[in-house]
Design a binder for this molecule. Sequence first.
Ligand code: PSV
Ligand code: MN
Length: 432
Amino acid sequence: MELAGIPPEVIDAENKRRVEALNDEYDSLGRALHRRGRAIDAIKDKVKKLAVAIPTWGVGTGGTRFARFPIPGEPSNIFEKIEDCAIIQTLGRNTPTVSPHFPWDETPDPVELRDFAVEHGLGFDAVNSNTFQDRAGQARSYKYGSLTHADEAVRDQAIAHNISCIETGKKLGSKAITVWIADGTNFPGQSDMTGALDRYLDSTADIYAALPADWRLFIEHKLYEPAFYSTVISDWGTSVLCAQQLGPKAQCLVDLGHHAPSVNIEQIVARLARFGKLGGFHFNDSKYGDDDLDTGSINPHQLFLVFNELIEAEKRAGADGFHPAYMLDQSHNVTDPIESLMNSAAAVAAAYARALCVDRNALADHQSKNDVIMAFNALRRGYDTDVLPILAMARYEAGGAIDPIATYRASGWRARKAQTRKVPEIASAGIV
Ligand code: PSV
Ligand code: MN
């Protein structure tokens, strides 16, 4: 397989056209922030350290229950997916790892895959198990559940799959497994809710026991879908109770789209962090009940408020004790996934940078005096800051593109791949 990429000359040429304006905008913002007691270079340095994992399933075009509309040149195997993830990292410089999903990304030689990723400048983040679908040749069906199934043989099969994901993850250099189960019910009475949770705890204890010493297990909750009456791990309360019972390596993963509408997610983040149980995030956005829109496309303010809590939590825990794993988890039905993922990783960085622009001493002072409007305004001042020059400068200094999407388009990557990659099937549907 060719070692693909975007030629540095393309990035240089595109950056040359934009660097003068960037310097001007960065200097001007630096002066404005200085007047507010904030140092732009310190904010930029923190932004440079932010890392967001790309989900392998995100680089293929997604779909809905109704249809999927593939694009020419999209990746059709894990090696091609790694190539696309490398483009995102080359241009955006804040997505150095990839989060694989098994069995979707299964390959006979994980070490070969790891080497391929390293050659492309990438490492592996959390591995994701999949017991929400049946695969060809599988002995037992997950139709009525997996880790919580009434039949022990199904539970054993699901446990074995998770343990095999850990084994593969060890070869890839991962340090965590994310377990999301679709188990739940569509009818009252369909299952004994307490019994199902007991079975979950027993099954997950077996997976937990297989974790290497330096690994974490992330429990991902979801209120509904595909089960529509109840899900076994429905909310952060259930998640944190399970994580507490399982032990210190078990933590909760917050997928932004997995809550009831209007739930205060930033408060959930603060609570989980307070008890050392915030494992990480799947970032995405939603307008109604979905969990698949591009991060920051609907509610960037919520993302900012989440990062505001993360900064507060890091202050309390100390940087050494606080390492939430950041990942995108969204489905791209109408855009080129590379463009959506670059935009979304930048939206995460923007939320972080805006939260870093908040004058925290002033905020704390207003809070202590119950000066509500001034406290709110201190926070809002951060949100209102146009941080794009900080993001662009961070990318530029790290060797990336000042304007990732313009540079990606100038490179002609997708059109080139359309010449060599398998032509995608037209009619398949399904949510990823
Ligand atoms: C479930 O909706 C989920 O958020 C889980 O993280 C899955 O692993 C992923 O989406 C699959 O698309
Ligand atoms: Mn998710």
